[in-house]
Design a binder for this molecule. Sequence first.
Ligand code: ZN
Length: 407
Amino acid sequence: MGIGDRFGFQGNYQLQAFERALAEGIEITPVWNKSNREHILVHTVPEDVRREADEATARRNWQRDYFVDADHINNSNVEKFIGASDFFTLDVADFIGKAVPEKDSTAFVSSFKKYAGQLSVPGIPRPFEISEKTLHEIAGKYLFAIQEAGAIYQTIENKKGSDSFVAEVSMDEVADPQTPIELFFIMGALSMEKVRFSTIAPKFTGRFNKGVDYAGDIKAFAREFEEDILVIDFATKEFDLSPGLKLSVHSGSDKFSIYPEMARIIRKHDKGIHLKTAGTTWLEEVTGLAMAGGEALVLAKGIYARAYERREDLCAPYASVIDIHADRLPGPATVAGWSGEKFANSLRHIPGHPDFNPDLRQLIHVGYKIAAEYGDVYRNAVKSNADLVGKQVYENLFERHMRRIFL
Ligand SMILES: [Zn+2]
């Protein structure tokens, strides 16, 4: 389970959720993830995440695996993550659709020609119709991105050696979902590019907005998710992929309406998944500050007011993963009059709660840059209210996420 922590204070409280899951019989591996973009906006470096993970696990005497994820990296920024990270999310979404030399796509097609015709995947009732044209189209769409994954992987392997890190390939931050059969050939080609990946993050059907529920057709998602899991099983055997290869769900936090389907399907097939949360831990910090009242509440309101003023700039980099209705955002003057409880209830993700406001929640989600600008004022407020804030972090992770999917 990927857990973000923008400001690096919550490792201890996050880990308590994993301890609780373990006590209830479910081993979940914590993966502290942070992207290059987050590091730049918060002024941190990958070594900070490593320190947080090492300190939290040492302090709590966590004896199981844990990882530090260089999240959504590419060849232009991987270098600075190499020392501190042992999990790398190779993001090749930007390279989808780029042209490869004709000889490369011809080689791709001839490698996979044996699957042309009717391709049956165990567990999926209807066979897939595969033609050479299908294969050419898949090569045209994905081969460049797959080669790029190979190049990033090589860079890491050359520096770290092959058995010292976990690799994930992500293609999730795009408009169009990959179909299960595309995923099959993508995995085959990744194997040919010598990318030894342990998790793969496709774009699924529907919207996976940051910090809020799934928006889309739940039945269509469930069918695709189950087919992806079956295709991964089949591809693992066909292409000799990593045993235990997992499907990875990005912006996977808060997708409460699809958790029952995910839980049912992974149980049915006895599979694990990688659930990457969307860095929502920082929203729990703001919730805790609001509940603390006094200066902390004033600070929470100040963060919202500034985020509101600068909403266009803050939202721009996240356009494909947020949907904010500006007309449903309360004005800062309105929020200024709120109690801490009203603020916390508006922000906390309890669907159906009369105060819950997903537009406000998404805006604050992308507003962590504002908190970073508050600098020590923000950091000291979180430290002064550590237990109240930490309780929000723990409850969110355990009660609203782990319990619903894994227990
Ligand atoms: Zn992602």
